[in-house]
Each structure stands twice: as structure tokens, then as C-alpha cells.
Design a protein around this ligand. Structure first.
Ligand code: CTP
Ligand code: CA
Length: 224
């Protein structure tokens, strides 16, 4: 089989990457979603694969081609992403959550199109499950990497998520006001328990390669 011939620092290592947005149905024609092109996540999947890992990409709806050699599982809702991630993580060593998962979904998806009325309307929402937290709880020895998209207080929020989700590494970036979303370039600040490293602004592809190198070296220093 192909992976026997893979070379590189992650040869023989299995990785799962979540990417893209999720879509939570309101009714048959409307959804709640997030601004995510999936570009950063697809680039991370490709970069890990290039280092020799065998990669499963759990992807929300995107307009992107599957990177060569990567196995892709398509999902739509946060709940689908949770199920697909738990399944894929069972046979994995590294888990990287780059997806922009909806934090809330409509408490009830309507079966018929909601008709407009001449009045305000509100929509009851319920929390979705945190995919990273659920995967971490079920698989305590996985090497877990998260992303944090923040509009302010980058270090504070990222370090909070690192601890709260019991991650091994978090890649934080500033979003909003024309930064990151729907763009080719990005900048990442990496945090791990006891350290950090800034990756200078570069293309999402170049940043993904740098991030994959850091993941590989921190993974090796953790598990050998
Ligand atoms: N994440 C996840 N499942 C969710 C929400 C987020 O796995 N239901 C993951 C994302 O893929 C990302 C990390 O958690 O790797 C951080 O996501 P982010 O939206 O920045 O943080 P939240 O914990 O959702 O907090 P908030 O949106 O309030 O900033
Ligand atoms: Ca969120």
C-alpha cells in the first residue's frame, strides 16, 4: 500500500484535519454558516501529507479541490463533523481542527420554507458540540492542534482555548476588517504549553508548510 513508501518526518503517522465552514439548516432553503473558504485547512492537509502523513480531511462545503493523496470526507453540519471526526480520530495520531464550526444551530429546522411576515422574527438557537473538546475527551493521547480566529486580544483568547480544550498547539490569527477571510495571505501566532512562535505574514500555503513542520517537531518531542 502507498503509505509504506511515504518518506519524511511524518511517515507512518496518521492525521485528521477538519476544514471549511459548517452549515446549520434553518429550513429547506436557508442555513446559518461561517465565513470560511477552507483554504487554510486544505493547505494544512496538503502540507502534512507532503511530510509523509496519511491524511483524512473532514470538510464542510468549499469550492476547493481535494489535495492529491488526501482522503476527503464531506460533511455539512457541526453534528456531522463531530461524528466524522470521532470516527476518523479513532485511527489517528494527530488531529488538527481548522474548521469554522457553527457554535449554534437552530433549535429546530423547519420542514417547510418559513414565510416572511410584516413583523420582527427571532430564531431560537441551541449550542453545538465542540468537536475538538469531544475528540480530546474520547482520545486523551492524540496530538491535538486547534485554530483560533480572533478579532482582538489574540494571545489571551488563544491561550485560553489552548488550556480549555487541552490542546498541544494552537494557531491563532486575527480576522475581520479584511484580514484572513477569503484571502490568500494570513499570519499565524502559535502557542503551546510553555512557549510560542510567530509566523510572519505569508501565503496560506507557505504558512501551512511552516505549521506542519512545527506540528511534526512538537509531535516527535511529545511521543518520540
Ligand atoms: N471548534 C470545534 N468545534 C466547535 C467550535 C470550534 O472543534 N463547535 C474548534 C475550531 O475548529 C478551532 C477551535 O475550536 O480549532 C477554536 O474555534 P473558535 O471558534 O476560535 O473558538 P470557540 O471555542 O468556538 O470560541 P469563540 O467562538 O467563542 O471564540
Ligand atoms: Ca466558535
Amino acid at each position: 500500500v502507498a503509505h509504506m513508501f511515504e518518506q519524511g518526518p511524518l511517515a507512518g503517522v496518521r492525521a485528521v484535519v477538519t476544514a471549511g465552514p459548517t452549515r446549520e439548516p434553518i429550513d429547506p432553503v436557508r442555513v446559518i454558516t461561517n465565513r470560511s473558504s477552507g483554504k487554510q485547512g486544505y493547505a494544512v492537509a496538503q502540507a502534512l501529507s507532503a511530510l509523509g502523513a496519511s491524511v483524512t480531511l473532514v470538510s464542510g462545503p468549499t469550492a476547493l479541490a481535494t489535495p492529491p493523496g488526501v482522503q476527503r470526507v464531506d460533511i455539512e453540519t457541526a453534528q456531522d463533523m463531530l461524528q466524522a471526526s470521532l470516527t476518523a480520530a479513532a485511527q489517528s495520531d494527530i488531529f488538527v481542527g481548522t474548521a469554522a464550526v457553527a457554535d449554534y444551530r437552530p433549535a429546530q429546522a423547519e420542514m417547510q420554507k418559513i414565510k416572511k411576515k410584516d413583523a420582527e422574527m427571532s430564531l431560537p438557537l441551541e449550542r453545538t458540540t465542540d468537536v475538538l473538546k469531544a475528540v480530546r475527551e474520547k482520545y486523551p493521547v492524540l496530538f491535538m492542534v486547534g485554530f483560533a480566529a480572533e478579532t482582538e486580544k489574540l494571545a489571551e483568547h488563544a491561550q485560553g482555548k489552548l488550556q480549555n480544550k487541552k490542546l498541544d498547539l494552537i494557531a491563532a490569527n486575527l480576522v475581520g476588517n479584511g484580514r484572513a477571510f477569503d484571502r490568500e495571505d494570513n499570519a499565524l501566532h502559535l502557542f503551546w504549553p510553555g512557549g510560542d512562535q510567530e509566523l510572519a505574514p505569508a501565503s496560506k500555503t507557505a504558512l501551512a508548510r511552516e505549521l506542519a513542520q512545527v506540528i511534526a517537531s512538537r509531535y516527535r518531542s511529545k511521543v518520540g
